[in-house]
Design a protein around this ligand. Structure first.
Ligand code: UD1
Length: 354
């Protein structure tokens, strides 16, 4: 194996790119392709800067569009890069439209495909992420599963070849950049927050924030919330709050502190010093678990079953009303759960036999 292309495009993928580069660099020629799915400074370049990741070799500049249009535009541009570079293998990460575009294009061009974060499944077959996962896993030659439940999911779909239990690559990143006490207290001070005295809230998933009823109930559920809430806003969330005339009402709530999107170092520092998190993000619930913080999930289900089983993650549906928050009510999934994964991912790639 001489040349590997990694396709990324959205915020959670930039984070996982960093440990992947670390483990692959020097062993193969690496080409990083950024689809441009996320493009604002706070959604993209900030992560390259904070994590000291080399700027991508190719930036496709695709930007936002409807689901199929966005994915199709990525594929058209990506195919040109793959034909020119002719990598031996393509790596895709997670479940975004950039993942799907990378997977379909690599498979169509007969390039070996590796999927990092394979095997995760939702019960809701209509979610764009679920469609992306199913297609990507079907097409992948190497499937790197973050946990046993994702292995089980693949088995139940009869996907057994090239499947590896590697662990969750997010924990490699946390081990690398876990913010120090000084960094954390600076970030707390900058945001006028006190250790253990605020809840870290994020919400960005289309099925939540594209629904005005959800936004209305979120804004009213936060009225009189018993503890301060720190809420960095994803652009999708901010645009929808403004569109439905809810942004000013939310901003006027003295309990809620709105911020622009924050970087990964700030996010980890605030997670570890929060009382706990409320989120619909797949990444934040795992980061919270690493720091022993409980995550209440604004969804009916989570793909992270091991964390749900031990109570670190608890789904509360789409409404804050009538939820009894108990921030200490959980046990640990065990230290093994938080092991690093990137070495095993690299091994599964380099040991791959056609
Ligand atoms: C995408 C992923 C989602 C992931 C999330 C992480 C898909 C189908 N969804 O959702 O799984 O959890 O990324 O953040 O791939 N926008 C900006 N600036 C940006 C990027 C987006 O303003 O830099 C706005 C645009 O209005 C855009 C909207 O956000 O239309 C949604 O962006 P998009 O990339 O389509 O999906 P996400 O909601 O970010």
């Amino acid at each position: 194996m001489e040349k590997i292309a990694i396709v990324v495009g959205a915020r959670p993928q930039f984070i996982k790119l960093s440990p992947l580069i670390e483990v692959l660099l020097g062993k193969v020629r690496l080409i990083v392709v950024h689809t441009g799915q996320h493009y604002d400074f706070e959604m993209s370049d900030l992560f390259f800067k904070q994590l000291d990741i080399p700027y991508p070799d190719y930036h496709l500049g695709v930007g936002s569009a409807n689901q199929a249009t966005q994915t199709g535009r990525m594929m058209v541009k990506l195919e040109k890069v793959l034909l020119k570079e002719s990598p031996d293998l393509v790596i895709v990460i997670g479940d975004t439209n950039s993942t799907l575009a990378g997977a379909v294009t690599a498979a169509k061009d007969n390039i070996i495909l590796a999927h990092v974060e394979a095997g995760l499944r939702s019960k809701n077959q209509k979610l764009p992420e679920q469609i992306n996962r199913i297609v990507t896993d079907r097409l992948s030659d190497i499937l790197c599963c973050p946990n046993q439940s994702s292995m089980d999911n693949l088995k139940s779909e009869n996907i057994m070849r090239g499947v590896f239990l590697t662990g969750d690559i997010l924990y490699d990143l946390i081990a690398r950049i876990n913010p120090s006490v000084e960094q954390t207290s600076k970030i707390l001070m900058k945001n006028k927050l006190e250790e253990g005295k605020f809840v870290f809230l994020t919400v960005h998933r289309a099925e939540n924030v594209d629904n005005p009823e959800f936004l209305k109930s979120l804004v009213s559920g936060l009225q009189g919330f018993p503890v301060k809430v720190f809420l960095p806003l994803h652009p999708r969330t901010e645009k929808n709050l403004k569109k439905h005339n809810l942004y000013d009402r939310l901003g006027a709530n003295p309990v809620v502190q709105i911020s622009k999107p924050i970087g990964i170092i700030e996010s980890l520092a605030l997670t570890k010093s929060s009382l706990g998190v409320i989120t619909d993000s797949g990444g934040l619930q795992r980061e919270a678990a690493f720091f022993g913080k409980k995550a209440y999930i604004l969804r009916d289900e989570t793909e992270w079953l091991e964390l749900e089983r031990c109570g670190m993650v608890q789904c509360i549906g789409h409404d804050l009303k009538d939820v009894e928050f108990n921030w200490d009510d959980y046990s640990s999934p065990g230290d093994d759960y938080f092991q690093k994964a990137s070495k095993k991912i690299a091994e599964s790639i380099f040991n791959y036999q056609l």
